[in-house]
Design a protein around this ligand. Structure first.
Ligand code: G6Q
Length: 546
């Protein structure tokens, strides 16, 4: 594939950037009363308003040309047809198949794969219903009241985020998520649980991950010690994995293993058996609604023209800022307490997928790729880091996410939440001029407030871009669509940047080093293999811990 910076579309965007970068969005709105409708996309219970971005119709036209020149549509077709687009791992990328429907299929794959997915869902349904109804009980005959998911990364963030987001719909056992190798995580979780009523889901695609296997072994000791027999493991442990042999070796029977396939990437796995805690907490019907919402977004992504395509639009806006404005970060500001782990999920989804500097051909990218993604739920962030968003030296494009309807009875508070969300994006865009500040200071009549020296401190330049995702309601289907929206956004950007969005070699080195250092911390092995800093820290640890 041609180098990105050599494409005609890139060159056209570069020239265009020079002519529009100084334009203020205030003026764009003043010039065009139809700007909101022009820069708005609606689908799957989500409205995307991207009118508060530093784009004109011409910018979007050129960005669409870029998407065409980079073969985004063709690459999506390759993904949906099961081609091995994850080339460095020689794997297909078929998480969309996990939520596909026979009536309106998105994936063009054989019947065997499709039947396998359906049968996995049926097993999840049988088991989750048994746990929820009390048909599945602990070793001592007690009902299961608490489910602890032991997993990390993709085997934790997705299901953990969804369980929190769908809390109002959860009518089954409580769910808990233990990920950290820090023993404090497992200990504090188990502290308030009754072993006789606790079920562990060991969630690991590989079933070899150090954190997960260490926590799972500690949890097994807790169950066996508390319930007095090894046989208790069979009633208190199930697994979600692709590795049958390792699951069996751990002592979990094949009947209690919920399988998925290697074409499901970890960070895309909440739709698979890794979603079992969601099914147990909210019921399979809700889980299927989540899948259906994601499927609706898959259809939209596949079929909508580029200029009405929500994931493509978000992706192109991100590319515009990363590659032409040179922004480093992207904020995700969900005005919804239930989405308090959404930014964490997106961090993995985006940064593990597109945090790459090597192209598919193995050359070094001479352009920026995935940004640093971060965020906190609103309104908390307003009282913390929003200062920098409004008046800092950096440009930080942001996504605001808010639902029109809430699922609690404090409707007035919800209106205030929405008001805050809309006010922030408006303030970021409009800013406040020196003239406005001066008039306000004069009107206040307070002599201490009239000093000219105050004016620059109170000026907001504005022209700070954001998109707003207005959800109808944060229900299972809309949440599914929202997650799939970002999955496809990341996909499109990966296609433009020509990186493999589906491998994660960058996390391997640290894993290997941790294993060898863990041995050295214990048995005084040879620290000389490390750099002087690491050797010194190992020695200090040994001294302090003895
Ligand atoms: C996700 C990554 C990574 C993975 C974890 C857990 O895409 O591959 O975050 O999910 O390392 O891996 P296991 O599920 O194999 O334990």
């Amino acid at each position: 594939m041609a180098n990105l910076t050599d494409t005609a579309a890139w060159r056209a965007l570069d020239a265009h950037f020079r002519s529009v970068s100084a334009v203020h969005m205030r003026d764009l709105f003043a010039r065009d009363s139809g700007r909101f409708e022009r820069f708005c996309v609606r689908t799957c219970g989500i409205l995307l308003d991207y009118s508060k971005n530093r784009v004109t119709a011409e910018t979007m036209r050129l960005l669409h040309a870029l998407a065409r020149e980079r073969g985004v549509t063709e690459r999506a077709q390759a993904m949906f047809s099961g081609a091995h687009i994850n080339e460095t791992e020689d794997r297909a990328v078929l998480h969309a198949l996990l939520r596909d429907s026979r009536d309106s299929p998105v994936c063009d794959v054989g019947d065997v794969l499709r039947a396998g997915v359906e049968s996995s869902l049926d097993s999840m349904e049988r088991f989750s219903e048994a746990v929820r109804s009390g048909g599945w009980r602990g070793r001592t005959g007690q009902r299961i009241t608490d489910v602890v998911n032991i997993g990390i990364g993709g085997s934790d963030l997705g299901p953990g985020m969804v369980c929190r987001a769908l809390a109002p719909y959860a009518d089954g056992p409580r769910t808990h998520f233990v990920s950290n190798i820090d023993g404090a995580h497992l200990t504090s979780t188990l502290e308030c649980l009754d072993p006789a009523r606790t079920l562990f889901v060991v969630a690991s695609k590989t079933f070899t991950t150090m954190e997960t296997m260490t926590n799972a072994r500690a949890a097994r000791r807790w169950i066996v010690d508390s319930l007095g027999e090894d046989a208790a493991v069979a009633r208190h442990f199930v697994a979600a994995s692709t590795n049958r042999a390792a699951v069996a070796e751990f002592g979990i029977s094949p009947d209690s293993m919920f399988a998925f396939q290697d074409w499901v990437g970890g960070r895309y796995s909440l739709w698979s058996a890794i979603g079992l805690p969601i099914a147990i907490a909210t019921g399979m019907e809700r889980f299927r609604e989540l899948l259906a919402g994601a499927h609706a977004m898959d259809l939209h992504f596949r079929d909508a023209p580029l200029d009405r395509n929500m994931p493509v639009t978000l992706a192109l806006l991100g590319t515009w800022y990363v590659n032409f404005f040179g922004v480093e970060t992207h904020a995700v500001l969900a005005y919804d307490q239930r989405l308090d782990r959404f930014a964490a999920h997106l961090q993995q989804l985006d940064m593990e997928s597109n945090g790459k500097s090597v192209t598919l051909e193995g050359t070094t990218a001479d352009y920026a790729t995935g940004p640093i993604v971060w965020g906190e739920p609103g309104t908390n962030g307003q009282h913390a880091f929003f200062q920098l968003l409004h008046q800092g030296t950096r440009l930080v494009p942001a996504d605001f996410i808010v639902a029109a309807h809430c699922d609690h009875t404090l409707a007035d508070q919800h209106r205030l939440l929405v008001a805050n969300c809309l006010a922030q994006s408006e303030a970021l865009m409009l800013g406040k001029s020196a003239h406005e500040v001066r008039s306000e200071l004069e009107a206040s009549g307070d002599p201490t407030q009239s000093a000219d020296s105050l004016v620059p401190h109170k000026v907001f330049d504005g022209n700070r871009p954001s998109s707003t995702l207005l959800l109808d309601r944060l229900d299972a289907a809309t949440l599914g669509a929202l997650i799939a929206l970002y999955e496809h956004k990341v996909f499109v950007q990966g296609a433009i940047w020509n990186v493999n969005s589906f491998d994660q070699w960058g996390v391997e080195l640290g894993k290997a080093l941790a294993t060898s250092i863990a041995r050295e911390l214990l048995d005084h092995g040879d620290g000389g293999l490390h750099d002087a800093s690491t050797t010194g820290l190992i020695a200090e640890y040994r001294r302090l811990s003895h």
